[in-house]
Design a protein around this ligand. Sequence first.
Ligand code: GLY
Ligand code: MN
Ligand code: MN
Length: 487
Amino acid sequence: MKLFCLSFLTLVIISNLPAQSPDLPNDFLGKEWHKERRQKLRESMPANSVAVFFANAVRNRSNDVDYVYHQDPDFLYLTGYREPEAVLLIFKDNQTAANGTSYNEIIFVQERNAMREMWTGRRIGADGTKKLLGFEQAFNGSQFKKYNLDFSKFSEVLFYDFHNDVRDNPRDSADLYSLIEQFKEKANYPKKDNSLIVSKEQPKNNLNTRGLYALMANLRGVKTKEEIELIRKAVMISCVGQVEVMKAIEPGMSEREIQGIHEFVFKKYQAEDLGYPSIVGGGHNGCILHYTDNYKPSLDNKELILMDLGAEFHGYTADITRTIPVNGKFSPEQKLIYELVLSAQEASMKACKPGVELSQLTVVSRDVVNKGLVELGIIKTETEKHLFFPHGVSHHIGLDVHDKGNRVLEPNMAITIEPGVYIPDNSATDPKWWGIAVRIEDDYLVNKDGCELLSGYAPRTVADIESMMKQPSPLQKFKLPDINPKK
Ligand code: GLY
Ligand code: MN
Ligand code: MN
């Protein structure tokens, strides 16, 4: 009885939450924006087709603890729905329901459940999906099984193939696992193949697992003004993180502590997530391109620290790298490498304009770096094969850090330019270069004549970095008690 009363009360409290709840930010992209994105996708879909999207899976961390949930970016882009266990169908043409209603999109979402909501958080349910997200046809996930749609009538059923990595919750017949199984059954997905990806050819039916990526890349690659606003915010937050670290860093601090300063700034500005695991590498750790251990306990007086971090704000992420001397002053060798990387970035930035391929920006940076490495005596010829600059310099950013988007630049694309030089210990060079790792990564918005640097608030030149590092930091006064037991 007590349990019933509590559940009932919880449900009442939750369902009474106003649309503009003080418990949530009120500047998310609006339902009209998502609806217009669905319409744009519909217009680009082939004749007589349906596109099917699934929410991201909940991922288990260990035992009964899951990773913090993150929605699939396509699903978020098209719906604004932030919960798991959901499926969305977008139709090229109007469909007619049994009761005669005409519709061109339908969504199945996780059901309201007072007990579950008390433990793991609020759900908006089918009604909330109608009211808050503007769907006319929204149902509980349990209805999907009974949803009587003849997939064989479509010329194409577009969806991303499955990787068979979704956990089954045997107690929930409308969890993502069940929704996928039910879709496979309805759409006549081949039973024997674990995945269509393994077969080289598309099967001779109407299932198309290859076409959706290009349609979504076309849409997501060119940002709307509302998205650009959110990207600017994510970038600015991430720049402030870099600036505060430049002011606060001292030899003897740990990589973790530096990571913590960046991420504290992100949270202070209400960034809900990181766009990717933070990379904070002192000295030779910077040579590990996606270093995420960040566990060096004491940064050395003479080393550089490479910091590649991006705040995610309302789904949109920045991707910014700064490399700075831990003690506030670049050594002559560090400065030479740093300025070489900066000149490569400047050259690629000049080349960045509509009509240019992303890969061309890498060619431009690579030429500058190779010339410079020869001048410094680190390689012998410009055509020598080496691993001192082993990656490309540019990708789209947006809802993913490596966002979907076309290869040829257009206005309102958001991209990075990020050359680097990494000289691991024991390289076949003069040891004076060993352990130097520099990446400079900035975010840009392509405009009609070139591109705008979005992340210039975080100093980039040697002089500007050294000058910023002389500024006082409020963290110098932030002292915590010594918790090491007395010996
Ligand atoms: N932070 C990942 C990248 O720079 O692409
Ligand atoms: Mn990047
Ligand atoms: Mn990066």
